[in-house]
Every structure is written in C-alpha cells, then in structure tokens.
Design a binder for this molecule. Structure first.
Ligand SMILES: [Zn+2]
Length: 222
C-alpha cells in the first residue's frame, strides 16, 4: 500500500489477538508452542526457533479447503485467498455485549440509514477479550445473516469470536454458506478498542501454500 493511502489516516488500531503458549484454541486443536533450536547464550551468534500451532490459533483467515476438498490437491489453500478482500474500506458494527447467532435483522437495522456500505463488515460482540480462555458461549453468524450480507455486496466478514459458526455446529453451515458466496472471513479479532464506524482494514493472510488457514496481523487505519 502506498504512503499516500496511509497518510489519509492518523491512527493504526491493532485488532489482532496475541499468540503465545497460553492462547486458547478449539478443544482438541493444537496450541502454539515454541522450540528454541539455537540460543544466543550457547552459540554466541543468534537465537533461532521453530514453532508448532494450528493456523486457527489467534486472529486468522480460513480458506475454502478448511471445509471441503482434499489437502493433497493444493486447491483452496490460504495462499490462494484474494488479497484485495483483506485490504480496503470496512465497517465495524457494534453489537457488544452479544452471545448467540447474529441475525439479518440486527445487521440490516444497523446499516439502514447509511448512504454507502463498505464491502467489508466486522462484528464487535465483546467488550473484553480473554484470549487465554476458551469461551463456551460466543456470538456467531447465522446463515440468514450471510444471505443479507451477500445482498449488500459484502465480500469480507469478521468476528471477535473463535468461529463464524455456533460452537456446537456439526456441519459448519455458516462456513459453507460463506464459501458458497465466495466470501472471505476473519475469526478471533479483538475489537475492544474500536467504536462503530468506518475504517480501512489491512489483514492479509500469509502465503501458506499447503494450509487451510493462516494467521493475520489485522489492523484498522482510522
Ligand atoms: Zn478458523
């Protein structure tokens, strides 16, 4: 992005969750861990690490192969997610505090009086993020909401909870509806420092050619 774009904004708001060995993850998923392969103390030259984690730890984007297809075919991987969807004007909608399925009605009533709507929508549902705690209850997107977002030409949707689907969803119907409409989506955002309004989102995924999701460093320019 050019300096000209950045200079239109005066503030960078970090909307990413920290990633460390205490970060919560989906029950049964692989948490972050670090292995120090070379230490400066021993080598006198450098510190070097390797890491292990599910790409769904912390703030991240899922790619289509997360919910369909064959991992050996390299189709729908994180590297193929469209960058333009992750960079550009965005609207933050504040529903906090809210648990449960976000409805089309909630979304449509929030945007009814707006003259224009950016093609990216982030839902704030928490006043506090406890990133080290696996929250049993959290807000998610309903299928009818995804249809309403589609009708407004939205292409990216994000939420400050671990999943776009209900925690007990077995068939991940919201993930599938988003994929059907060619949406991209962000999970595990931290919007606690953000008020409702329009911003500029920057949150590209890493170019992981063999993964079904990627961490992002998500920021809003204000
Ligand atoms: Zn995910």
């Amino acid at each position: 992005m050019s300096d000209a774009v950045i200079s239109n904004y005066s503030r960078i708001i970090d909307i990413s969750q920290p990633v460390d060995s205490t970060s919560a993850c989906f029950p049964g998923d692989v948490p972050f861990s670090r292995n120090i392969t070379v230490s400066y103390k021993d080598s006198g030259v450098l510190n070097l690490t390797s890491l292990t984690m599910s790409p769904h730890v912390g703030t991240h984007a899922d790619s289509p192969v997360h919910i369909k297809g064959d991992m050996s075919e390299n189709e729908g991987m994180a590297s193929q997610l469209p960058l333009d969807a992750f960079i550009g004007p965005v609207r933050v909608i504040d529903l906090a505090p809210y648990e449960g399925g976000i409805t089309a009605e909630q979304f449509l009533s929030k945007v009814a009086k707006l003259e224009t709507l950016p093609p990216r929508i982030l839902f704030k549902t928490c006043h506090q993020i406890r990133y080290q705690v696996w929250e049993e209850k959290y807000a998610f997107l309903t299928v009818e909401l995804v249809e309403a977002l589609q009708s407004k030409d939205v292409k990216l949707v994000g939420i400050d909870t671990p999943s776009v689907d209900h925690t007990e969803s077995k068939n991940l119907e919201t993930h599938h509806k988003l994929d059907e409409f060619n949406f991209v989506w962000l999970e595990n955002l931290d919007l606690t420092k953000v008020d409702e309004g329009n911003y500029f989102l920057v949150a590209p995924p890493l170019k992981f050619v063999e993964l079904e999701a990627s961490p992002v460093r998500a920021v809003l320019l204000a």
